[in-house]
Design a protein around this ligand. Structure first.
Ligand SMILES: Nc1ncnc2c1ncn2[C@@H]1O[C@H](COP(=O)(O)OP(=O)(O)OP(=O)(O)O)[C@@H](O)[C@H]1O
Ligand SMILES: [Mg+2]
Length: 373
């Protein structure tokens, strides 16, 4: 997968521009608060389906303006594709793939594939289970459109079931038939999500194991296991979920909430047999989050047959020199777009394109051979 061009109408503080990208390392450089992360976020929208740093979608519209727009051109398996997104205040965003309008986010996600690594990703290791679930959901959604659909359906049904449980509890009467019907609709979605997440964790363990082994010179061993309703080697089948729901109806009514299913699960990441969340040093946690992100790229390549685009937001400033050179050694033959305050930081690794951002104005050194620029 290769990103060729990003065309910005307006986006946050970024001014209209056409930005070209080359193979290998592309450095987005500039002082603090100039728009480097905004640029990276603008690219990642096309992978994740929405900006990753917002409270509400209209936040991407420049202050005092009415609209924002972005368009990318990328090549996947030698085919050129384009995608665009347009935001206008008070309206639903418009999304297009190769010029054709689409209405569902699930059709948008999974076309342009990218792995994003930013300092916040330490949260995969050290924060609450919801961060690890989010990591899995974003990663799996990139390669599995059915997962996007099932997750959306699951969340919708979950809300309905939660409202019904609360209602039963408050009225002190339980309509078991209705509750059973809701559970029966929920179970296949829960089963699909949990199976996929479990399988993903197994692959994560493999790839993270290799990175951790290399980074620690064989001293550290990682294990990754999914904590859901079933044991490690058990299948989280639809029937298994139906049973859990049936067996725990009283408890759920007592607590007035959905107590079981993918929205409550966690991922156990152990380093040398101990919980990484509670016993690892900051440095070890950084190695683990870096290993998880590198694994995400490898898994995407295994499943789709090509590497995603790697987006790094200011990560080298967070890594010590050993980890930084390890990371860079793993990025050969991949397209990397990386932000930094220091233009020269990556020069020893062979930078193909330098993109300067200053007060939202973007200038890049690379332009494709057939472009008069
Ligand atoms: N909707 C918006 N409209 C206009 N400006 C915005 C909007 N949202 C954010 N900004 C501004 O964009 C500026 C650049 O933000 P960005 O996070 O891209 O900086 P950066 O270059 O990555 O800086 P740093 O090196 O500190 O990470 C910030 O000053 C921010 O206030
Ligand atoms: Mg930034």
């Amino acid at each position: 997968m290769k990103l060729n061009k990003l065309k910005i109408g307006l986006y946050r503080n970024l001014l209209p521009a056409e930005v070209f990208f080359d193979d290998g390392i592309n450095v987005i450089w500039g002082d603090n608060a100039q728009g480097k992360t905004n640029l990276l976020e603008g690219i990642y929208i096309f992978a994740r389906g929405k900006p990753y740093r917002i409270k509400k979608e209209s936040d991407v519209i420049p202050f005092g303006k009415d609209s924002a727009s972005l368009e990318i051109e990328y090549t996947s398996f030698n085919r050129d594709n384009s995608m665009s997104v347009f935001y206008r205040k008070g309206e639903k965003r418009q999304m297009k793939i190769c010029g054709g309008e689409i209405t569902k986010a699930s059709e948008f996600i999974g076309n342009f594939k990218a792995v994003l690594f930013c300092p916040d990703h330490l949260s995969i290791i050290k924060d609450s289970p919801s961060q690890r679930r989010l990591f899995l959901d974003v990663a799996i959604s990139q390669t599995d459109k059915k997962y996007v659909y099932m997750l959306k359906k699951y969340n919708k049904l979950l809300l309905q079931r939660a409202a019904f449980i609360k209602d039963c509890a408050e009225k002190n009467t339980v309509n078991f038939n209705m509750l059973e019907a809701l559970s029966q609709q929920l179970s296949p979605c829960a089963s699909y999500i949990e199976k996929k997440r479990k399988a993903y964790c197994k692959k994560l363990e493999g790839y993270m194991g290799i990175s951790i082994d290399e980074m620690s010179c064989g001293k550290e061993k990682v294990s990754v296991s999914y904590c859901g309703i079933t044991e490690k080697d058990e299948e989280p089948s639809t029937e298994a979920f139906e049973k859990v729901y049936t067996d725990n109806i009283k408890k759920e009514i007592q607590y007035k909430m959905n107590l079981y299913g993918p929205h409550r699960d966690d991922v156990d990441i152990l380093l040398n047999g101990r919980s990484s969340r509670f016993y690892c040093s900051q440095g070890q946690q950084r190695s683990l989050s870096l290993a998880a992100k590198l694994a995400e790229g490898e898994i995407s390549n295994d499943e789709m047959g090509e590497y995603p685009v790697y987006l790094f937001d200011d990560v080298l400033s967070e890594l010590d020199s050993g980890r930084a050179s390890y990371l860079l050694s793993k990025l050969d033959n991949k397209q990397v777009i990386i932000t930094s305050c220091n233009e020269e930081l990556f020069s020893p690794y062979g930078v193909n394109n330098r993109i300067n951002v200053k007060a939202g104005e973007i200038k890049c050194t690379f332009s494709p051979p057939d472009t008069k620029y």
